[in-house]
Each structure stands twice: as structure tokens, then as C-alpha cells.
Design a binder for this molecule. Structure first.
Ligand SMILES: [Zn+2]
Length: 451
């Protein structure tokens, strides 16, 4: 920070973030939670007087989203949509050193739920948007700001609803949202590698129903016990290893990551990837690399049996399956069958949620622009493509054919380990230098991409 102007900007984004944290738009997955309308009000009054065209949407009471648009002068120039969700996940206050909804600023750090996921970016995107509107400048391209509800559940009352019901409001050529830009813990020879999330895994949730024959618990010999069969189903699903898939995003990541060539060639070869994740002592890295290169299967919930003296006739098992780009429901079903082996025709498999993986191309003008401004703002760094193993609202836009990326910038004070532990974890916080850096990022992208 060298000038008074910078200080003002940092103060502005900090104050807006503090307010968004204090609004406590906690989304616990129930329809009546979230109440994002509080942050819609905050954003609307923040934008007041900037002359922007503001639209508010409230598909259900309290579940609000806000769109602000700055029209460009050239209809053939691109429209960039900056998307920040305004809801946050619940907290367990016991593990926190500060009030999770106090938005306290201490020693240059703002504390509170949402400080890294992702109210920090929601706030810095808003500051950049307002600055452009207030400047009175006309860019060639258009800028759309979207403060969106319900990302932390399934986006049903937020991004998905807007694309289904108000597509004109969010019409755009490119989208940037969370997450990325943290410093990857890689044995890289050159400067920091900052991942841009160009894709995300899909979610396939299924319920496996295992049948048996009821009988008296006092005579178990040679009975058809659904619980015994379910135990074997759990074992097979849990131990199943899908084939290693060194897909396109993974290859591009290895092309750019500048890690030692021996390790790169190991991680390019499916057989060696498996060996690497099984033998490394770094559990966090093993899980990340494994999830990035495999369809994963996690048995998570089981219900069955009715009484201690009754041989159970039904057991239900829920499995959380995470899929890779290009995989269809048929592919996933084939893997489940392979995992179950000769038990496959003795159970019923029903999917409860099927959200396919998605990926955006990296050869786009926006991608190039983000890479250019990154190398200017973080000297010596390089933006590299990666895929997140969770889900974000970007998937709805990718499905609508809009290239969408997850990105942001963080100061050196936020390590990858910090970032990962604070995401949905305790003591979520962000330093004001990171807030300033992400505001500079959006300012620079607008200048580079829309001017
Ligand atoms: Zn988030």
C-alpha cells in the first residue's frame, strides 16, 4: 500500500466484508435458512448512487440474489459476469477464537464465517464493480455483478433458479467465481503456482437397497440376512478402485506446474499415480491427487434392521460418488456393477442426485487475460489450470455453454494448508492484503479484458 487511495479502497472492501459476515446468511440446506435478502440489502445500499441498473430476485421469502449491470459500448465485445455467493455454511462456535459472525478486524485480519468462502471475493468484486460504475467510464464490454443465494446447498434457489427463470438477467459470455489463486504446495522450481479452477467433479449420490428374508433371530443358521449381505456390499464399494484417469485437465496441470520431471512423468502414468498416492507420507497430497485422478466411492450412511430378534429383510446404504469430466450415468452404473460383482443383481441401485462433472476450455481470451494480470500482480507467479473436487455454481453456467473459472488472489499470509483448513472449518479469517490483492485483480481484469 503506497497511496491514500489504496488505503481507502482496502477500507472499503474490509468494511463491506465485515458487514456481509455480520449478516450471517447461514445456509443449512433448509428452505427457510440462508435469508440472503439481508446481504442483498447491504449490497444494494452499497451500490446506491453509483447509477447502476440493479435487479433483485427473491424466488422464496428471504432467498434473495442481486444483479448489477454496467452496459458496454460495443455489442460485439464480451460480457463478463463476476459471481460471488452471499450465503455461508453453519459453524460450531466451540472451536472459534473470535465471534464467527462478529466480523472483527484484528491485526489486519478480518475474522468470520465466509472470510475465505467466499464473502472476501463477493466483497472485492462488488468494490471493483462500484468503482467502475462511479467512474463514469464506458468500457467496450459489459460487466455484470451477481451476488447469489444458496450456493452452499445445491444452488436451487440461487444460480440454478436464475439460469432457469431469469436467463436474461445473468446472460454473459464468461463467468468468474470461487475458488483458486492460493499458493499450491508443489515442489516447483520456479515461483508460486496459482491454480485457476477450470473444471469440477460431478456428484452422483445413490442409494443401494439390499434385500433379505425376514426370520427369527434365534435361528440364524443359513438365513438370508440383509445386514450380512450389506456388510459385504459396503466392503466391496469401499475397497473398489476406479481406474486412474489422467484426463485433459490433469495433463494440462502437469504441463504447467513445473514440478521435477521425474515426478511429472510419474503423475502422467496411470499405473504410477496409484503407486504414488499409496506410498507418499503426505496424506493431504495423496487424497488431493487421488480425488483429482479418480472417480471416488464413499459409503456414508446405512440404515437397516427393525428389532434385535428379527433377521433383517432390508438395508439401505447411501454412497457418495464423485465423477470426472466426460463420464455419463452409464459409465458410473458400470463401475457400481463392477464394484458389486456377483452381488450386483441382488441389490437395487437408485440415484438421488446426478450432477455431471464440468470443465471449461483454457484457450479463451478471458483465461489469457487472467494469466496476464496474475503475472503482473504477483511477480514471478504463474496461473495454472486445475480442477476442484467439490462443486460450485460455475457448473450451471458451464452447462449453459458459458466458459466459467474459479479464481481469486491471496497474499502470502494465506498458505494452502490455512486455506484448506478454513474452508467450512473453524477460525475462518482473511488478511486485508489479500482483500486488496483480489480487488486489484478484478480492477486489472476489467481494464485488460473489457476496456
Ligand atoms: Zn463457496
Amino acid at each position: 500500500m503506497q497511496s491514500g487511495c489504496m488505503d481507502t479502497m482496502t477500507g472499503e472492501v474490509t468494511e463491506l466484508l465485515q458487514q456481509l459476515i455480520r449478516n450471517a446468511c447461514v445456509n443449512d440446506g433448509t428452505v427457510e435458512s440462508g435469508q440472503e435478502i439481508r446481504s442483498v440489502d447491504t449490497l444494494e445500499s452499497y451500490f446506491d448512487g453509483s447509477g447502476m441498473d440493479i435487479q433483485r430476485f427473491e424466488p422464496l421469502p428471504g432467498r434473495g440474489s442481486l444483479v448489477a449491470r454496467i452496459e458496454g459500448s460495443d455489442p460485439s465485445a464480451p460480457t463478463l459476469l463476476l459471481m460471488g455467493h452471499i450465503d455461508v455454511v453453519p459453524v460450531n462456535e466451540d472451536g472459534w477464537h473470535e465471534d464467527p459472525f462478529g466480523g472483527e478486524l484484528k491485526d489486519g485480519v478480518v475474522w468470520g464465517r465466509g472470510a475465505v468462502d467466499m464473502l472476501n471475493l463477493t466483497a472485492s468484486m462488488a468494490v471493483t464493480t462500484k468503482r467502475l460504475a462511479s467512474s463514469g467510464r464506458t468500457m467496450r464490454g459489459s460487466l455484470v455483478y451477481l451476488g447469489v443465494a444458496d450456493e452452499e446447498a445445491l444452488g436451487i434457489h440461487g444460480a440454478k433458479w436464475l439460469l432457469d427463470n431469469e436467463p436474461d438477467a445473468v446472460r454473459s459470455d464468461y463467468v468468474v467465481t470461487e475458488s483458486g489463486g492460493f499458493r499450491m504446495p508443489l515442489p516447483s522450481a520456479s515461483g508460486p503456482k496459482l491454480p485457476i479452477m477450470v473444471g469440477e467433479k460431478g456428484t452422483y449420490w445413490c442409494r443401494i437397497r439390499v434385500h433379505g428374508t425376514p426370520g427369527h433371530g434365534s435361528m440364524p443358521f443359513r438365513t438370508d440376512n440383509a445386514l450380512m449381505k450389506a456388510a459385504e456390499v459396503v466392503r466391496r464399494i469401499g475397497e473398489y478402485q476406479a481406474e486412474t484417469n489422467v484426463h485433459e485437465v490433469w495433463q494440462k496441470f502437469l504441463d504447467e506446474a513445473d514440478i521435477p520431471s521425474e515426478m511429472t512423468s510419474m503423475l502422467r502414468d496411470p499405473a504410477n499415480v496409484r503407486q504414488f498416492v499409496e506410498s507418499t507420507d503426505d496424506l493431504g497430497m495423496a487424497r488431493m491427487i487421488h480425488a483429482a485422478t479418480h472417480t471416488t466411492f464413499a459409503p456414508t450412511v446405512i440404515h437397516g434392521g427393525i428389532k434385535t430378534n428379527v433377521i433383517p429383510d432390508t438395508v439401505e446404504l447411501d454412497v457418495d460418488i464423485r465423477t470426472l469430466p466426460g463420464q455419463s450415468e452409464q459409465d458410473i452404473r458400470a463401475m457400481i456393477e463392477e464394484a458389486l460383482g456377483d452381488l450386483a443383481d441382488q441389490v437395487e441401485v437408485a440415484s438421488s442426485s446426478n450432477d455431471l462433472a464440468s470443465a471449461s476450455p483454457t484457450n479463451t481470451p478471458l483465461y489469457d487475460s487472467l494469466a496476464r494480470v496474475t503475472s503482473k500482480l504477483v511477480p514471478g507467479s504463474k496461473m495454472i489450470p486445475f480442477m476442484i473436487v467439490g462443486a460450485t455454481d460455475a457448473r450451471f453456467f458451464r452447462r449453459a455453454g458459458v466458459p466459467s473459472y474459479g479464481y481469486g488472489l491471496f497474499s502470502e499470509r494465506i498458505s494452502f494448508a490455512d486455506f484448506a483448513s478454513m474452508f467450512h472449518g473453524d477460525n475462518e479469517r482473511i488478511d486485508v492484503d489479500s482483500l486488496e490483492l483480489s480487488t486489484q485483480l478484478w480492477d486489472a481484469v476489467i481494464e485488460d479484458f473489457l476496456a
